[in-house]
Write a protein that binds this ligand. Sequence first.
Ligand code: FAD
Length: 468
Amino acid sequence: MTLRTSADYRAGLRDERRVFYQGKRVDNVASFGEFDCAITHSGLAFDIAAELPELAVVDDGDGPYTAFYRVPRTGEDIANRGKLIEAVSRMGAGTIVLKEVGSDALFGLLRALTGEGLENAREFYRYCCENDVALAVAQTDVKGDRSLAPHQQADPDLYLRIVGEDADSITVRGAKVHTSFSANADEIIVLPTRAMGPADADWAVSFAVPVDTEGLSLYVSPYLHGEPDPFEHPVSSKHKLLESLTVFDDVRVPKSRVFLNRQPELAGPLALAFVDYHRFTAVNYKLPILDLLVGAALEMADANGIGRTGHVKTKLTELITYAETVRGFAELAALRSVSGGNDVQLPDPLAVNMAKYHFAHGFHAATATLIDLAGGLIVTGPGGADWADPGTRAVLEKYFAAAAPAEQRLRLINLIGDITTGQWGGYQSVLATHAEGSLEAEKMMIARAFDDTRARAMVTQVLSEARF
Ligand SMILES: Cc1cc2nc3c(=O)[nH]c(=O)nc-3n(C[C@H](O)[C@H](O)[C@H](O)COP(=O)(O)OP(=O)(O)OC[C@H]3O[C@@H](n4cnc5c(N)ncnc54)[C@H](O)[C@@H]3O)c2cc1C
């Protein structure tokens, strides 16, 4: 077993990977300035082993390895995983870090698969633990016309598919999108994105490949990049991710790394097995964001001198109720965790989806409350260069003081701007709506996971008691 440091992790990214950024090939992602912030941020997934070893490191007898990759076998394991994900997100100011999603995929593979695919997944899992591997997960296909199945698309490559096979390998073609961490991970796990029928067999594929595999190209989004001033953007100047369009141009995958090979009946179960873990990850890494929203609202109200006003107290109470309800559902998901296939424990699907739905449904209203309390300076206030100039700063200190000194107030306003109207706020707003499953996907899972026996029995009981 190996535990790598964040420096080891960064050094491991120096290879021949084909990464494109703003129309140009990036020679070396490890030393590319625009990616530095994201790689440092993702390095927190390694730093936490030294900072919180009791939570982030396990040793089952073969030497220490990262607790992100500990397969949950009990409810307590699920609860501890929730704490770990929350802790690393707290280090990252509420931004997901790196190893969470990859481990969700590993657990999904270990839970849903059978036969040779399961054996390959187990072997790959051991490799990841032994080498402290950084994983990205490419599940979402580009999908073309959303109303059509993979085999019905005008261009068959709009869902990733198998285009060739020999005794030792399969060859795949197509593209995945929104792939977080792909440019700064060691390996990419590919999962199917939906349930499939027999006609979609070529598209029912899952495997893992190193990021520098021949034929794999990553086109990284420029969103959230640049070098924002830390005074103006206290969160986004330090924490961000890399996302890519991930193109497989006839990529050869050794069969030992193939988990699903033309088995459409397993595509849906595998996609869902991942999602059960992934939404649990989502709600736990979002808890520090909720603390940030509540804390910033409380502090801002005090700094503006409105903390005791009736309407403000109501808004703060609603915000607290929203945040603590998400936390309650996240804890419930661990408390009610259930035994899944292949002896892998899973968080309660009903509670997980309610937590994620409640978070996403209330997020935009919550950020609106912060904008309300902070006032218009979020978009008209001074910048870092103004604050750094002694002459301008004296003016700002005089005129922006309120119930708190100007510096404290301006820093709070900038924090609120960053997490609501700024790029990080915009990113989180889209993330809340789409990532880790859409609101519709969560509603579907809530309806599916809800056991209606008790509710129907209550109606039967009341109606039978009412008979005479
Ligand atoms: C920041 C971020 C990070 C992400 N990271 C990852 C990652 O690491 N790996 C990964 O695999 N994915 C990742 N995702 C992808 C995420 O899971 C998807 O965004 C999500 O599944 C929605 O897919 P889409 O973006 O293609 O939107 P679409 O599917 O196009 O959805 C747009 C709208 O169309 C509706 N719609 C879609 N299909 C249908 C249909 N058949 N019938 C009716 N309505 C439909 C949706 O409900 C929605 O309202 C990430 C997304 C974001 C925003």
